[in-house]
Design a protein around this ligand. Structure first.
Ligand SMILES: O=C(O)CCC(=O)C(=O)O
Ligand SMILES: [Fe+2]
Length: 548
């Protein structure tokens, strides 16, 4: 497995953070996506853009799963290829894997109290029982110091004291003036569309500053946020892997969504490199109404409402108007896989002030408590039982798993260290059990006509067809396939698939509304192909040859 080798500040250990006062980790219960108004429905989801035209093609919908079903009965084909026992075991394990996918979160969030200088210990003790809409709470974070933002003024004669805001705001006139000063020095926030940065207030209305124009003392590492995100969103299975994964957070923007009408329409975040797996939003305490963040994946939605009037802000410990109670001194955060569609609903009043970070998977030597172990262990147990069974693929064969997330990739390589959720468990689990695993792009051979869709496992090339977004007829595709598929000896029909593909978007093309125009990394879905060795007298045999 290749991983990036950048240095990363070690996340605080859980043991040490457990001794801190425990604020909450919030895993809002997934719900159905928030209904949109009829006008929004037309444009619901991510608009896929090709050739400057905007087409409605929501990302994350499950609409394609039936389109991709192989016309031949897969069970019949597997019986032909293997034996009835293999087919029955496959059906069983495929059911387990599909169900397990639901157990993995695609977003998580929490809160961090701000310890005001005179009342540090009091704030810490209060934060332990703060209310939350969550049913899952883990003590992970330490209190933060008051958060200061300093920015570069356009007018260099502006005194430094006028280019600074400290949260929580003290609601004095000076603070209001400073907020106005900040807004006056910010730029309109653009988003990526068809490879260009676009400003369109109907899609996004917000102000931004790049990290080169501001600084802050806030650290998502010191507050334990990054350690929590690593547990929730970068699962590793137990075992003796030389490399474990850690999270590197890179400050990306300061944003202010101002009421009325600040918002960011549904989009996915533009990947900045192939190791980027997620995005983190940190909301600083400033009074606002509205502005809920909703993150969607696979027909589920998670909501993060940090407004002053949110129900989870109505605890005994603080007033709920953001105007000076303890909860006004709380930082809220959410992290999610950045291929998941998300949206910031309208801020009706006040200022929703956020720091955003890009999250990258990097290597880590640290052993850490693995919050998803309870999910991964049984799944790996099922894989083990399957392979131990001498009636399962006695002669060996190929299993396939369509990834449940899209991945950012850049050039001619795909980085398995950024695999998300159950995808990583499948990858690491089968590898650890002695199978060969590799990643393969998936091509939809009739991408312009989903009715006739036919999936093809396409070689080892993850890169080059991104710009071929003008596929108009089969001849274009045949040219691509000749080039792409030429060395591939695993054929789609040789593979016993463990799940159904969940998305229409395949390797060919994926450009969409992102949060920034950025043309060097793209998302696509792919497949994990598992080479199962034959079963001999002494159990599964070793793989005959290296497998990649
Ligand atoms: O502010 C938020 O909650 C999300 C912002 C966002 O999606 C982005 O900056 O890409
Ligand atoms: Fe975003």
């Amino acid at each position: 497995m290749t991983v990036e080798t950048e240095d990363v500040a070690a996340p605080p250990s859980i043991a040490s953070s457990m001794s801190n006062t425990p604020p909450q980790l919030t895993l809002p219960q997934p719900t159905s996506p928030t209904p949109t108004s009829p006008a929004e429905e037309e444009n619901d989801g991510v608009d896929q853009v090709a050739d400057g035209e905007v087409e409605d093609d929501p990302l994350g919908s499950d609409e394609a799963s039936t389109d991709f079903t192989d016309p031949a009965d897969p069970q019949e084909r597997i019986i032909e290829m293997h034996n009835p026992e293999t087919a029955a075991l496959l059906a069983q394990v495929s059911q387990i894997m599909n169900a397990s996918h639901q157990d993995f979160s695609f977003a998580c969030g929490g809160s961090v109290p701000i310890a005001l200088p005179a009342e540090t210990s009091e704030t810490e003790s209060q934060s332990s029982s703060g209310s939350s809409s969550s049913s899952h709470e883990i003590a992970t974070t330490a209190a933060s110091n008051p958060v200061t933002i300093r920015w570069d003024p356009r007018d260099p004669s502006t005194p430094a004291a006028r280019c600074k805001l400290t949260f929580p705001l003290d609601s004095s006139g000076d603070e209001h003036q400073a907020m106005d000063g900040l807004l006056a020095n910010m730029l309109p926030a653009t988003f990526g569309l068809g490879g260009k940065d676009v400003y369109d207030e109907s899609y996004r209305k917000a102000a931004k500053l790049d990290p080169s124009s501001f600084s802050t003392n806030f650290s998502p590492y010191e507050t334990g946020i990054i350690a929590t995100v690593a547990q929730m969103l970068l699962p590793d299975i137990e075992g003796d892997f030389a490399v474990r994964r850690a999270v590197k957070a890179e400050l990306y923007k300061l944003n202010v969504y101002e009421g009325p009408s600040g918002h960011f329409h549904a989009h996915v975040d533009t990947p900045r490199s192939r190791s980027q797996f997620g995005s983190l939003v940190v909301c600083l305490p400033a009074a606002h109404e509205g502005g809920m963040l909703e993150v969607r994946h696979n027909g589920k939605a998670m909501q993060f409402d940090w407004s002053s009037t949110a129900s989870n802000n109505n605890s005994d410990e603080g007033d709920d108007n953001g105007g000076g109670g303890d909860l006004a001194a709380t930082i809220k955060w959410a992290a999610f896989y950045s291929d998941c569609e998300h949206e910031v609903f309208e801020v009706r009043a006040g200022h929703r002030v956020t720091l955003t970070y890009n999250l990258y998977a990097v290597s880590a030597d640290t052993t850490r408590y693995d919050a998803v172990r309870a999910i991964t262990s049984p799944l790996v147990g099922h894989m083990n039982a399957l392979l131990d069974n001498k009636d399962f693929m006695p002669e060996g064969g190929y299993l396939g798993f369509y990834t449940t997330h899209a991945y950012a990739h850049t050039s001619d390589d795909f980085d398995p260290s950024s695999l998300k959720g159950v995808d990583m468990v499948i990858w690491q689990g089968f590898q650890r059990l002695g199978c060969g695993v590799c990643l393969r792009p998936i091509l939809n051979a009739d991408c312009w006509n989903p009715e006739d869709a036919e999936l093809i496992v396409g070689g080892e090339d993850f890169s080059m067809h991104i710009s071929e977004c003008e596929l108009r007829d089969r001849r274009d595709l045949e040219g691509i396939l000749d080039e792409w598929d030429k060395d591939e000896d695993i054929k789609h029909d040789d593979i016993a698939w463990l799940n159904e593909p969940g998305n229409t978007q395949t390797q060919l093309i994926y450009t969409a509304y992102g949060n920034e125009a950025f043309a060097t990394a793209f998302y696509s879905w792919c497949s994990i192909i598992i080479g199962v060795p034959p079963h001999g007298d002494e159990g599964r045999m070793a793989l005959a040859e290296p497998y990649a």
